[in-house]
Design a protein around this ligand. Structure first.
Ligand code: PMT
Length: 413
């Protein structure tokens, strides 16, 4: 699997660097051609000779150090990479990459390569949670970089929390899976948008449903469809085969996505269930009505003296139905909450048998209905939760796809 694959590893200055020595050794033993780039700070933790001995290639630490006069090092290494992994990635390098700064071997190679880029952050828990770092990561994710999320645990700085570099065996497993899936592609036309969802059939729902009272009136909600459309668009760009089941919206159809219109909750149920058996991933971002009028008038209702009472009945809970019929699918629900967000989100995950819930507190400014941004926490079936800062729905879509990809890989294995 690794034979003939060139993996370029950008090592930056963090205490977790020792794990990368182990990873380099394992990759080399598996037959990969491993090249190591180090920042100046990384060389203060470990001497380049350590990596050179492990990978049997020169370690590049300086853009002006040109060991081979027939090539320019950072272009040469960028071109030969089948995968560029930056690990451990400090807050500093993440900031540089997100802002196009190119002043060392890693940042110049990052800009020059057409290979998929993976970034494995490692830092103090509070640094990791800082909006500056989170924003930079979201920007990189929206360009197609994939993140290997750090783990929670004891950190070298004495804090306990999220920020510990993933274990070498886990990174190795992800790299092996990546090459064995055949998703590794150098794609000049698509710039850095990786094709890591190729072969995955995805159904996404978006927007509000409308429940008719009569031919001119209906019950609905404030969903604009932006969240679901952003997910469908990002997934299609990353190679997934996407069907978007959409309530009425004013949004343009995303490129390379099959769009199916569904007006009511019942329409949406029918269209989703039709495609369920062949779907690999279903993401339910739509705001579906829980109730509809028990009776729909054929003609416009006439005003009557006095109050009007409309009797309502439950619609089908599409997500719960999908959860009950789930076989191989990875099922993602949303939870639009205004209070007790965590308890409600976890409750929905249990009751509706989803693999992941994306909870938004829709009473927060910059989150939920109608706006271009969202603020969510991702809850996984395995128990972990990941609060994300406010970001554009298009950036968030990529982060959610990263979570789906990683969690689904764990589930399939
Ligand atoms: O469309 P935007 O303006 O961009 O706004 C985005 C959003 C706020 C709509 C989105 O982020 C969101 O939260 N979508 C889910 C809204 C919702 O209906 O939440 P809920 O907590 O009521 O439902 C939980 C889950 O069950 C959802 O995945 C929903 O799609 C699903 N559901 C609900 C009722 C029903 N009858 N069938 C369902 O499948």
């Amino acid at each position: 699997m690794m034979q003939g694959k060139t993996i370029v590893i950008g090592v930056t200055g963090g205490i977790a660097i020792y794990k990368i020595a182990d990873l380099c050794s394992k990759l080399t033993q598996k037959g990969a051609d491993v090249w190591v780039l180090m920042t100046e700070s990384a060389t203060r933790f470990v001497q380049p000779i350590t990596f050179q001995a492990l990978v049997r290639n020169p370690v590049l630490t300086d853009t002006f150090q040109e060991p081979n006069p027939s090539v320019i090092s950072h272009i040469d290494v960028a071109d030969r990479a089948d995968l560029l992994l930056i690990a451990p990635a400090t807050a500093n390098v993440i900031g540089k990459l997100a802002n196009g700064i190119a002043d060392d071997m890693i940042s110049t190679t990052f800009l020059a390569t057409k290979a998929p880029v993976w970034i494995a952050p490692a830092m103090n828990v509070n640094m990791y949670a800082h909006p500056a770092v989170q924003d930079n990561m979201s920007k990189l994710a929206s360009w197609g970089c994939r993140f290997i999320e750090p783990e929670e645990g004891y950190l070298a700085c004495g804090w306990i929390g999220k920020g510990r570099l993933a274990e070498p065996m886990d990174m190795l497993a992800q790299i092996e899976a990546f090459f064995s899936e055949g998703t590794c592609q150098k794609d000049a036309a698509l710039l850095k948008v990786r094709q890591d969802l190729q072969g995955i059939k995805m159904v996404v729902t978006a927007g509000a449903t409308r429940e008719a009272i009569d031919p001119v009136r209906f019950f609905t909600n404030h969903s604009s469809g932006k969240m679901g459309y952003a997910i469908a668009e990002a997934a299609a760009k990353r190679g997934a085969d996407v069907t978007l089941i959409s309530g009425k919206t004013n949004l343009a159809r995303p490129e390379d996505v099959e769009v199916v219109e569904a007006v009511s909750a019942e329409d949406m149920f029918r269209e989703v269930i039709k495609r369920y058996a062949h779907a690999d991933v279903v993401v339910k971002a739509a705001a579906v009505a829980d109730y509809r009028p028990k009776m729909t008038y054929d003609h416009k209702m006439k005003k009557q003296p006095g109050d009007l009472v409309i009797e309502m009945e439950r619609t089908t809970d599409i997500l719960a139905e999908l959860g009950a019929r789930k076989t191989h699918q990875f099922l993602v629900g949303f939870a639009a909450e205004t209070q007790d967000v965590e308890a409600n989100a976890r409750g929905k995950m249990e009751r509706k048998n989803t693999d992941m819930i994306v909870a938004n507190n829709v009473s927060q400014e910059g989150a939920g209905f109608g706006v271009d941004t969202n603020i969510v926490t991702v809850y996984l079936r395995t128990g972990e939760s990941y609060p994300l800062p406010q970001m554009d729905k298009s950036q968030l879509a990529h982060r959610l796809l990263d979570f789906i990809l990683e969690a689904r890989r764990g589930k399939v294995e």
